[in-house]
Design a protein around this ligand. Structure first.
Ligand SMILES: [Zn+2]
Length: 58
């Protein structure tokens, strides 16, 4: 069972959902590296806000 994260792809503007990679519990990170199903690129996603790093819109 893996947790999912919802974010907006900064390249396509599409709202997408992707599983989070498992990580060590003692390694809290604000940004999570995910493979984007919309554009197949990697994005750093802010887990608190669901926004992609470098997403300048809004
Ligand atoms: Zn993307």
């Amino acid at each position: 069972m893996s947790s999912m994260i919802v974010f907006r792809c900064p390249r396509t503007g599409m709202k997408v959902q992707t599983p989070l990679f498992k990580q060590a519990a003692n390694e809290p990170k604000l940004y999570e590296l995910v493979t984007c199903p919309a554009c197949t690129q990697f994005h750093f996603i802010n887990k608190a806000t669901g926004k992609a790093l470098g997403d300048s819109s809004e």
